[in-house]
Design a protein around this ligand. Structure first.
Ligand SMILES: NC(=O)c1ccc[n+]([C@@H]2O[C@H](COP(=O)([O-])OP(=O)(O)OC[C@H]3O[C@@H](n4cnc5c(N)ncnc54)[C@H](O)[C@@H]3O)[C@@H](O)[C@H]2O)c1
Ligand SMILES: [Zn+2]
Ligand SMILES: [Zn+2]
Length: 370
């Protein structure tokens, strides 16, 4: 195979080592592919899962990153939706032809796992090569955008306006879309809803802002990190509670007069999920989005009286529809996610990861050198 495009990329060689930034090569775009010059890429906690999930099927070494934003540099011959010079936000990949894709629910695509978590495209691995010609996975979420260039497809790029500060807009493609979409698309929160959000990182804070946009009367934000609780209050939470409080569910029942209609867990901590379920009123719904492998022992009463819970992906969003809507909300000052983004040069990818894991930074965004 011919490799053509030289790229600087943050490469994860094995689960326990830091990223190393090195030169790799990508092939030219095929029929429906686009080559995007990345101007910024958010780091989502899902990017750290290949380190901790023993069952991760992503072949290492790999380039991670699935919240890229950039400018289209080359397009394959069958690409009709974007052209060279267009500004794009990159999101998750999907096949376009399965039942869920055709009915507007691409995050439940039959090929979601293989395309995004394994990096396959039409059954083939998307990979680049290093200086020694060794293979490197570059198909993570259809993009592998911790890099100066990314090989995506026209299905997982979203054309955006030219006047945006594009560097920080990549996180719309996953974390922000997930938090906001779970509230607005999946759970259909409205003015008559009461919402509890467990964990106020990038996903949870986006959910809090979305719940305010939806007009929810009560928005409870729960975190063990006091500064995140403060930010949640500034971004729309009507009540903030410390996740370490032992009687949390009782406190939520007290402020809501009997429990919330909708809960969202972003922590993936088993005890927190049980608390989220316990905070539901009858017929309440609990969305679960936290990645990882939490296992649960559910008391039967947890889902009694019509309560429901479901693991949801990517805010049930169609990225080409939802991301422009979030951008309009950002323009109107109602979705100010730039309050919690922090930029790092791509070379500082390990510092960004450390700050993200320690909780110092809510949403790191890596900026490649020009
Ligand atoms: N389902 C999806 O489509 C999807 C998409 C994007 C991200 N994710 C996942 O969502 C999760 C959240 O992502 P994020 O970027 O917001 O992560 P994050 O780590 O910034 O947020 C999690 C928050 O939970 C808080 N927390 C931890 N333990 C807690 C406890 N016991 N009680 C209360 N709060 C607690 C942390 O302080 C933190 O603020 C991750 O697991 C990520 O992998 C899922
Ligand atoms: Zn599909
Ligand atoms: Zn993500």
């Amino acid at each position: 195979m011919e490799f053509q495009v030289q790229v600087e990329a943050g490469v994860l060689s094995d689960r326990n080592s830091p990223f190393s930034v090195k030169t790799i090569e990508l092939r030219e775009p095929r029929a429906d592919e686009v080559l995007v010059r990345i101007v910024g890429a958010g780091m989502c906690h899902t990017d750290l899962l290949p380190r901790v999930l023993p069952e991760s099927r992503l072949p290492l070494p790999a380039v991670l990153g699935h919240e890229g934003a950039g400018v289209v540099e080359q397009v394959g011959p069958h690409v009709t939706q974007v052209g060279v010079g267009d500004r794009v936000v990159l999101s998750f990949d999907s096949c376009g032809w399965c039942n869920r894709c055709l009915t507007g629910r691409p995050s439940y695509c039959d090929e979601f796992g293989s395309r995004n978590f394994v990096g396959l495209r039409s059954g083939e691995s998307v990979h680049g090569v290093d200086a020694d010609g060794a293979s490197i996975s570059t198909g993570w979420f259809g993009q592998s955008s911790f890099a100066t260039y990314s090989l995506a497809t026209q299905r997982n790029v979203v054309k955006v306006d030219e006047d945006l500060p594009l560097e920080i807009f990549g996180p719309l493609g996953c974390g922000l879309q997930t938090g906001a979409g779970t509230i607005l698309n999946a759970m259909d929160v409205g003015f008559d809803s009461s919402v509890a959000v467990f964990g106020t990182g990038a996903v949870g804070l986006s959910a809090v802002m979305a719940a305010q946009i939806a007009g929810a009367a009560i928005i409870v934000a729960v975190d063990i990190n006091a500064s995140r609780r403060d930010l949640a209050a500034e971004l729309g939470a009507t009540h903030v509670l410390d996740g370490a409080d032992p009687d949390l569910a009782a406190q939520i029942a007290s402020v809501t007069g009997g429990g919330v209609t909708h809960a969202l867990d972003t922590t993936a901590v088993s005890s927190v999920i049980l608390c989220a379920l316990a905070s539901l009123r009858p017929l309440g719904f609990c969305g679960l989005v936290g990645g990882g492998s939490a296992s649960l022992q559910l008391p039967q009463t947890a889902l009694g009286q019509g309560r429901q819970a479901s693991f949801l992906l990517e805010g049930n969003a169609v990225p080409q529809v939802f991301i422009p809507q979030l951008i309009e909300l950002w323009r109107g000052g109602r979705f100010p996610f730039d309050r919690f983004t922090t930029t790092y040069p791509l070379e500082d990818i390990n510092r960004a990861e450390n700050d993200s894991v320690s909780g110092q930074t809510i949403k790191p965004v890596l900026i490649p050198k020009r």
